[in-house]
Design a protein around this ligand. Structure first.
Ligand code: NI
Length: 393
């Protein structure tokens, strides 16, 4: 089966490179992937999959029937959106859309997702269950997965797989992660209300700027002294607003930040923990406050058995030396985690790094992939999908 999948994937590779370059030249922003979605739907239905459009607003779902429709249902998730970045790669198939760029490799994801669907469609008789291909919009806003789930794409799904390109792994290799892959990313908004006054007479005012500085400093120190250092908390205040004049004490300061955690139990306790610190400081100096803790996407927690499935599939396909076991998670965020609230899953990292030229990071205007990674992604995903029904999970 593996050699059959490899053969089919290699035969498809020129088409998949064309598809990827077409998508790269025509990137679309999150939630506006209309042309991309229509293109994806066209390719899927041309190859015999049953296709539903307009799922999750702009998403596409393709269904492939294997031998046994009542068996477990595997979903494969692909994101399709681009970023508001002006491309500076100088490629002859660079973005034709001003200030929009596939700088996170979702063009590669889409080509690999389509390639996987096309390969599996040709071996459908050998599959012991059905596969549902999810092409989601708006991953960069961390909203698309929720839209798709709301439209029922996870109904009856028993496992879900996905991948993300990774420039620091060379093309031809993949990275497998057991457990936490990405962090929960939450929004924090703290408002401090003091009392305005003359800069020369601080005792007649309540200085919101000084209190805000205490809050920021204490939060950072308290993380280091009260949070388990083996369970990371990153709290970054990225925006601060307050005050009107150099000689007027500010009556009002707003702090905006992001909070990243890997462990659900840590995340659970943070809103109350932050509020207590803010309340204590503000209380000491007579200020009022508001804390709004906005929950973003949770941490991606890869299922161990499904990571094992991906590792075994990749090792059999490419050999041990081309499979890296990732020892560290990332504190970035990924809305793949929302699907994992409905079924176990695992996401692997697809190496796209060039061996002979510099590799720019994701979201960089010069980010560029080694396209030989596409066949690696297709074979790894298609073979893992085939193997999914070979054992119980
Ligand atoms: Ni991405």
């Amino acid at each position: 089966m593996l050699s059959n999948i490899k053969h089919l994937a290699h035969k498809l590779t020129p088409l998949l490179i064309d598809i990827r370059r077409h998508l790269h030249s025509h990137p679309e922003l999150s939630g506006q992937e209309y042309q991309t979605a229509a293109y994806v739907a066209g390719v899927l239905s041309a190859h015999g999959l049953s296709v539903q459009e307009g799922v999750g607003k702009v998403g596409v779902v393709g269904e492939l029937r294997g031998q046994n429709a009542v068996s477990r249902l595997l979903a494969i998730r692909t994101d399709m959106d681009a970023l508001p970045i002006q491309e500076r790669t100088g490629l002859d198939y660079a973005s034709q859309h001003s200030k929009i760029m596939h700088a996170c490799g979702h063009d590669v994801h889409t080509a690999v997702g389509l390639g996987t669907a096309l390969v599996l469609a040709q071996v459908a008789q050998e599959l012991l269950g059905n596969v549902r291909f999810l092409f989601q919009p708006a991953e960069e806003l961390a909203e698309g997965a929720a839209w798709m789930i709301q439209d029922g794409v996870m109904d009856k799904v028993t496992a879900i797989l996905s991948l993300h390109v990774f420039p620091s792994i060379p093309a031809g290799s993949v990275g497998i992660r057991y457990g936490a892959l990405t962090a929960a990313a939450d929004d924090l908004e703290i408002t401090i209300h003091g009392e305005s006054g003359h800069g020369a007479r601080p005792h007649e005012a309540i200085d919101a700027i000084w209190i805000a500085s205490q809050v920021i400093t204490t939060l950072q120190q308290a993380i280091s002294r009260t949070q388990n250092p083996l369970r990371p908390v990153v709290l970054s205040i990225g925006q601060i607003q307050g005050g009107r004049a150099p000689n007027v004490i500010a009556d009002h300061v707003q702090l905006l930040g992001t909070v990243r955690t890997l462990h659900p139990e840590t995340r659970e306790k943070l809103p109350a923990w932050i509020e207590k610190i803010v309340a204590n400081i503000c209380g000491s100096y007579g200020a009022r406050y508001e804390v709004n803790y906005g929950r973003g996407v949770p941490s991606v927690q890869n299922n161990l058995a499904l990571s094992q499935l991906l590792e075994t599939a990749a090792q059999e396909a490419w050999g041990k030396e081309r499979v890296q076991i990732l020892t560290e998670p990332s504190l970035g965020a990924e809305d793949f985690s929302l699907y994992l609230e409905h079924a176990p899953g695992s996401m692997f990292r697809l190496g796209v790094g060039h061996k002979d030229k510099p590799n720019y990071p994701l979201h960089h205007p010069q980010f560029e992939v080694d396209e030989s990674s596409i066949v690696t992604g297709v074979v790894t995903m298609a073979y893992a999908a085939y193997k999914y029904w070979q054992q119980s999970y």
